[in-house]
Design a protein around this ligand. Sequence first.
Ligand SMILES: Cc1cc2nc3c(=O)[nH]c(=O)nc-3n(C[C@H](O)[C@H](O)[C@H](O)COP(=O)(O)OP(=O)(O)OC[C@H]3O[C@@H](n4cnc5c(N)ncnc54)[C@H](O)[C@@H]3O)c2cc1C
Length: 467
Amino acid sequence: MLSKGVLQQIVNIVGKQSVMTEVEERLTYAYDASFHRHIPDLVVFPTDEEQVASLLTLANEAEVPIIPRGAGTGLTAGSVPVKGGIVLSLTHMNRIIEINPENLSAIVQPGVITGFLQKKVEHHHLYYPPDPQSFKISTIGGNIAENAGGPRCFKYGVTRDYVLGLRVISPAGKIWTFGGQTIKNVTGYDMTRLIVGSEGTLGIITQATLRLIPQPEAKKTIMAVFSHIEQAAETVSGIISARIVPAALEFLDDVSLRCIEETLRIGLPLDAAAILLMEVDGFIETVEREIQMIQAVCIQCGANRITVAHNEEESEQLWAARRAFAPALLKLNPTRVSEDATVPRNKLVEFVKGIKEIAQKYSLKLALAGHAGDGNMHPNFLVNSRDLDEMERVEKAVEDLFNLTISLGGTLSGEHGIGITKAPYLGHELNKDTIGAMQAIKHAMDPKGILNPGKIFAGDSVGLPFS
Ligand SMILES: Cc1cc2nc3c(=O)[nH]c(=O)nc-3n(C[C@H](O)[C@H](O)[C@H](O)COP(=O)(O)OP(=O)(O)OC[C@H]3O[C@@H](n4cnc5c(N)ncnc54)[C@H](O)[C@@H]3O)c2cc1C
């Protein structure tokens, strides 16, 4: 609970209109897109950097937890205030400050919606590639804090590759400026990269300078249909071995296809065991050539049908189907336990087979989709959280999944972060000394542990680095 004095000081900083105190309103900030929840003591909507700095100075003195929040689409409970405190919604800081076509950069506030920025830069024939499938609602601040990926990572990389500089408010209310506007910058430690993917535990991002690239001249979408799931996985390896680099290389299995089709009714191939959805972009001639090369690999690996979208509308329909994956699963099933384990790309076939076996072993319904070109799969166990026996089996299946992932040289999270949901498994991938080094950084930057406590490190032993 916040003291009346602290509450009054917060109101003095941001104004009464920017503070949410009623429990019915605060309840809506207890969630993100995972299934964890905890009602915050207060929700505050700062409108500028000075307000953020003053709020943090106050919270640090009063030792009140601060939980930064973008659109709340996170899948690992990153913005859920598990230890209570103040949810700091950055959604009112949503201005694009500059688009600079000569420097190929943009300066934005953290609450800018990713898809909005993408549309705006297109007017200048520029391109901001990071495209988490939540791009129509998620924010740049949330994307940076999670180092979000998306279908286009295969060719263009993840959010980290587009962050040139950051303004960050420290837990004690200081203004940190990391990186800048240049492509090259080796002045001091690379703190920009440290903040990217730090899940709101080290500082509050109040401004980002982002790298843009020229918009590709042309793009085409292609869908390949397979009767066996392994054929689809082998095709991914085949495309990579043939040194073709599509912009996106996505995988959907039969259960996913059925759920999406039941929701959208757009004629997806329900006889398929899996499909690959791919986008090729670049100069017109390159696009045509790569489409032909991809078709050849797909046929060689046993695709029974290949469709190339004729126009932008057909292409958008297919990508809308891909984006509908998560909502469609939830519409038809009470609970989905979604993971984003990632393996080296040459291990994809083994990985897909192993995931299927785990689902069978624990008699669980599985929908499998993912950014196959990155070795990043999203196994979704479709369950009912009220069925305790089923939830116990899911827990064991997730443990097996992480063991499989690590044994193949992979990682617990490709893009969704650790948050709360994966914190208990951190030690599966990182040794004690490595975790200790990370906790030492957290302790140095946030000695009182007020920023997003309870995240990343299970047990939150932040005060005891190297223990
Ligand atoms: C349907 C759906 C599809 C998705 N697809 C993808 C996908 O393809 N790829 C992918 O990577 N993710 C995906 N996600 C997950 C999610 O959208 C991303 O993690 C996204 O980056 C979260 O952005 P957000 O604005 O919603 O942040 P939130 O969920 O509000 O917050 C996420 C984390 O960032 C921190 N944070 C937010 N703003 C700031 C700030 N200004 N300063 C410091 N920390 C901050 C929060 O504390 C929290 O830890 C998907 C989610 C959904 C629901």
